[in-house]
Design a protein around this ligand. Structure first.
Ligand code: FEO
Length: 405
């Protein structure tokens, strides 16, 4: 049965939710599902903006058919070719063989790489600044390279201010009947999923996201954007500055909050105890916006997400095979891969005969940009002892002074 929602008088959400996918991109756990968004515009011509993952292909096709109500599909605008959005293209071509594809030249290359049987006469290539009129609506195309793939573009409806933003402004989590961000408690219920999506999927490309935001401001004018229609998650029609402000923070690697994230790697609970003791000492000093995570039992996508949120980070790791405990090492590698920067970091190391994890973690952190690694730190042998407490107090003092300044 079809299941679509109206976005504006003549624009319809025809996407679908996926609750069965366990790992997005086969990496990131999904506990609340995900939506694949696509939109149909009913103008003098009919236009489909993007397709959907094949997992929801049948629902997606039923939705399009219901909205078209017997009209042909004239155009398919492809903003992004990643298969979670493009996998149903072939089905669209089979059902509406006269549809004309409107997309970027790089997208055409990728479409062929993915094996879609598209001939040159089925495609109309568009470039930065091109516009296309479908009747009442004129769409302007803006290149969005590396947000999140090189071919990506966004499409802006100059008639009614709808921005089809591709992966930008997307979020994990299924919509489940609702569509607009103002139909949710976004800040309380959704923001963490939106941040986890952004930071892990697009986080590496902060400069490109900044470039897109600047271009949108220059070419389109941020005030002219009335709706943001992303490829995942809710559509924005109110308080757009809220989500744009979040994106500015994330894209510039500026923390959202002053707070301390303590991530520990502990084999038998002794490094965990040290992390807990540090958290108590921070609370004693008035630093209560703290989060404690076991690196072994927390998926790295959650750690990365909170790293983009908080200003300060403490890494506490056991030494393992004379190296960094492997899950902690993986976390550090992901920080580098996702271009994390601008954080203040403190280190706690443990080792029963040759504690080295502190120096090794410092070396990894020094590969990141604009990281302030505190000189104070704690080295312990096997477990935290009375003689370590003065170092722990000095570390808590240094972190508190930095957070509360
Ligand atoms: Fe949701 Fe880059 O695709």
């Amino acid at each position: 049965m079809y299941n679509f929602r109206k976005v504006t008088d003549d624009l319809f959400w025809v996407g679908a939710n996926d609750h069965r996918l366990a790992l997005f991109e086969n990496i990131h756990p999904l506990y609340h599902g995900v939506s694949y968004n696509a939109y149909v515009l009913l103008d003098e011509k009919t236009v489909l903006f993007d397709t959907a993952d094949w997992a929801v292909g049948r629902q997606f096709i039923e939705n399009i058919q219901a909205v078209l109500a017997g009209r042909p599909l004239d155009y398919l605008v492809i903003n992004h070719v990643e298969p979670d959005h493009a996998a149903s293209i072939e089905e669209i071509l089979l059902r509406w063989p006269k549809v004309k594809i409107v997309t970027s030249p790089k997208a055409v290359i990728l479409l062929h790489q993915f094996g879609f049987p598209i001939s040159a006469d089925q495609v109309e290539e568009v470039r930065e600044g091109d516009t296309k009129c479908f009747g009442k609506h004129t769409i302007a195309f803006v290149a969005a390279p590396m947000v999140h793939w090189p071919e990506a573009m966004v499409s802006f409806d100059t008639t009614n201010g709808v921005l089809f933003s591709a992966d930008a402004f997307g979020s994990f989590r299924a919509l489940d009947g609702k569509l607009f961000a103002d139909e949710f408690d976004f800040d309380g219920e959704w923001l963490d999923d939106a941040r986890r999506y952004y930071t892990n999927i697009v986080g590496k490309y902060g400069p490109q996201v900044q470039a897109l935001l600047n271009k949108a401001a220059g070419i389109v004018g941020l005030d002219n954007i009335k709706y943001i229609c992303p490829l995942h998650g809710p559509v924005w029609r109110k308080d757009l500055s809220y989500i744009i402000d979040k994106y500015v923070h994330w894209a510039t690697y500026e923390p959202e909050e002053k707070g301390v994230m303590i991530v520990y790697a502990s084999m038998y609970g002794n490094t965990e105890t040290a992390a807990e003791v540090l958290a108590s000492k921070l609370a004693d000093r008035g630093v209560t916006n703290t989060r404690l995570y076991d690196v072994s039992s927390t998926h790295v996508s959650y750690l990365i997400s909170d790293l983009f949120k908080y200003s300060h980070l403490v890494l506490a790791s056991v030494t393992y095979n004379l190296g960094i405990f492997p899950p902690m090492h993986n976390f550090l590698a992901d920080m580098k891969a996702l271009n994390l920067q601008n954080r203040t970091v403190a280190l706690v190391e443990n080792g029963s005969w040759a504690p080295r994890s502190g120096a090794l973690m410092r070396a990894e952190l020094e590969k990141l940009k604009h990281m302030d690694i505190l000189d104070d730190g704690v080295t312990m042998a096997s477990s935290l002892q009375e003689q370590n407490l003065s170092d722990m107090d000095a570390l808590a003092d240094a972190i508190a002074a930095s957070v509360l300044k």
